[in-house]
Ligand binder design. Structure first.
Ligand SMILES: Nc1ncnc2c1ncn2[C@@H]1O[C@H](COP(=O)(O)OP(=O)(O)OP(=O)(O)O)[C@@H](O)[C@H]1O
Length: 287
């Protein structure tokens, strides 16, 4: 499955929320969507899944415009924060209901996922009695249970415990290996770093940056702590590299190859590194 988005523009009343977004997503990859609160991430996901349809531009699944061919959505699993569960009914009721909406419900698959997520024992209880994290796990289960080709997760890991986070990350990486197309938004750098192949930054409704996390030649942000920062900064100046520095911490941007060269030169000048951290440039946009 391939999704192509062309000139997607949408407004809530006078407020422009998506501004001519154009991009493509291919199967066998996990894409991250990051950006500030209100940047338009949830709205973008809603447009991809026909929850909103009064936009201009086009969203195509395998070349077919989704508003004219909504049946493709039976192959999509989605987790959105504001999807309402039926709180006065049990977990099982909700699973059967949402599974049925997609025309397919496999109780065995649902039970196995519920066990993995540690909520199997709660499925006979009313959702109204669930904690926040249990409700979130039920939403995760609903999005995963119909073996979708495309999975869209809006902040899927907020509010769930560490064991479920680890399980979910592994599960997503397995789904990717099986060729699924996965989109995920998150404000957590680690989630994006551990999962995503590519990251898009959404800023005020426009895709402003794109990072390929598998490309070793892309430059990274290095944060290093050294005994004599002024020696290191001189070295950086001699190589034409700009930097920030306060106290013993020096921050600069370099490719991994260039960093190796800088590190070697610094060690030759007897500099002692007490700590080295590196992060992808997308990190600046996660929060
Ligand atoms: N139903 C609505 N009616 C009017 N405005 C809305 C509605 N839903 C969202 N908005 C506005 O659209 C903009 C984008 O919201 P959206 O939820 O897509 O952002 P987001 O990037 O998902 O934010 P967050 O990181 O906080 O989840 C915001 O300014 C928001 O106030």
């Amino acid at each position: 499955m391939k999704i192509s988005v062309e000139n997607l523009t949408f407004a809530y009343g006078p407020k422009k929320v998506l501004k001519a977004v154009t991009t493509t997503f291919e199967n066998g990859k996990i894409y991250g969507l990051v950006g500030k609160n209100g940047a338009g991430k949830t709205t973008f996901f809603k447009a991809l899944t026909n929850i909103i349809t009064n936009y201009s531009g086009e969203v195509k699944y395998d070349g077919k415009e989704i508003r004219k061919h909504p049946s493709a959505l039976t192959k999509v699993g989605i987790l959105l924060d504001d999807i309402e569960l039926y709180k006065s009914y049990t977990g099982w009721f909700n699973l059967r209901y949402f599974g049925g909406l997609r025309g397919y419900f496999d109780e065995e698959v649902a039970r196995r996922l519920a066990e993995e997520l540690d909520i199997a024992e709660n499925l006979n209880e009313k959702v109204a009695t669930y904690s926040l994290g249990m409700g979130k796990k039920l939403l995760l289960l609903i999005s995963l249970m119909n073996d979708a080709e495309v999975l869209i997760f809006d902040e899927p890991l907020r509010g769930i415990d560490a064991k479920a986070v680890n399980w979910f990350r592994q599960y997503l990486l397995d789904l990717k290996r099986k060729g699924k197309l996965i989109l995920i938004s998150s404000h957590v750098q680690e989630d994006i770093e551990k999962l995503c192949d590519e990251v898009f930054v959404l800023d005020e409704g426009a895709f402003t940056e794109h990072f390929d996390l598998n490309d070793d030649s892309q430059s990274l942000i290095y944060k290093v702590w050294v005994n004599e920062p002024s020696v290191l900064t001189e070295l950086l100046i001699s190589k034409g590299i700009t930097y920030d520095y306060h106290q013993k911490e020096v921050n600069f941007e370099a490719t991994p190859e260039l960093f190796q060269e800088i590190f070697q030169d610094a060690v030759n000048r007897d500099l002692i590194f007490t700590e080295i951290k590196k992060e992808s440039k997308f990190a600046a946009f996660v929060n």
